[in-house]
Each structure stands twice: as C-alpha cells, then as structure tokens.
Design a protein around this ligand. Sequence first.
Ligand code: CMP
Length: 138
Amino acid sequence: MERTFSIIKPDAVARNLQGEILAMIQAAGLRIVAMKQIRMTRAQAEGFYAVHREKPFFNSLTEYMTSGPVVCSILEGDDAIRRYREIMGATNPANAAEGTIRKKYAQSIEANSVHGSDAPETAAFEMGYFFNALEITG
Ligand code: CMP
C-alpha cells in the first residue's frame, strides 16, 4: 500500500467538477483516506511549490492556485503515486492521453485541473503540508 497527495485545482472546482474527478479516481481503485476543501493563502501556495521557486511560471502558478478553492486529498492504493499520475495524464493537456483527467478537463498547462505527487519523498512532504495525523483515516 502506498499513499499520494492530490489537489483538485481552482479551475476544476470553479467548474463544479470535484465529484466527477473524484469519481474517476475512485473508479481506478484508489481510496480517499483524507480530504478537505480549502483556499490557500499566497504564502501557503509558495511553500507548497517551493521546488519551483526559480521557474518562470512560479508567480503565475501561485497566483492561480490562490484564485479560488481547491480540494486536497490523500489517496491510498497499490503503487498509488505512479497510478494517480497515470490517471491524471501529462502536465500539458495537449500531451495527455485519452481517458485521463487532464485530457478530459484541463484548460492549459497551468490550469491543468489536478496535481499529484511525483515521488515518495514529495508525497510525504505534501501530505504533511496540508494534513495532520488526526485528519488521515485508515
Ligand atoms: P503541477 O503538477 O501542480 O506542478 C507544477 C505546476 O506548475 C503544474 O502542475 C502546472 O499547473 C504549473 N505550470 C505552469 N506552467 C508550467 C510549465 N511550463 N511546466 C510545468 N508546469 C507548469
């Protein structure tokens, strides 16, 4: 069993797509073991995306991620990190495979509807950034 961290981003929440995206995640067999809808502050978004601080899109990304509410969750399952990235599809929706969340819903490389951890170390950091132990169920 492995856990990964997911965000349903502001573009998707604004279009009322939380349920449809969660249904795709659940249909793939991943279980939701923690979940909350929040609106990030700029400082929270900057801390979350600190690894991208030097990237040209950092300012725009943190502005976008604070433009509306997001749904944070922790997903559990066999090989959850890799499988969730497969369900999400490529970062750039132009390259996303048929049947993936980003192919279906993403609007641009920035407003790409979902985030998922890319490795066990980032998953551990990201889960701990938004959830404490009491908020994570088995
Ligand atoms: P995410 O998987 O959350 O990781 C970083 C985010 O930066 C990415 O999804 C996009 O929302 C955003 N982003 C904006 N421009 C780019 C870009 N050129 N390359 C990668 N990510 C980008």
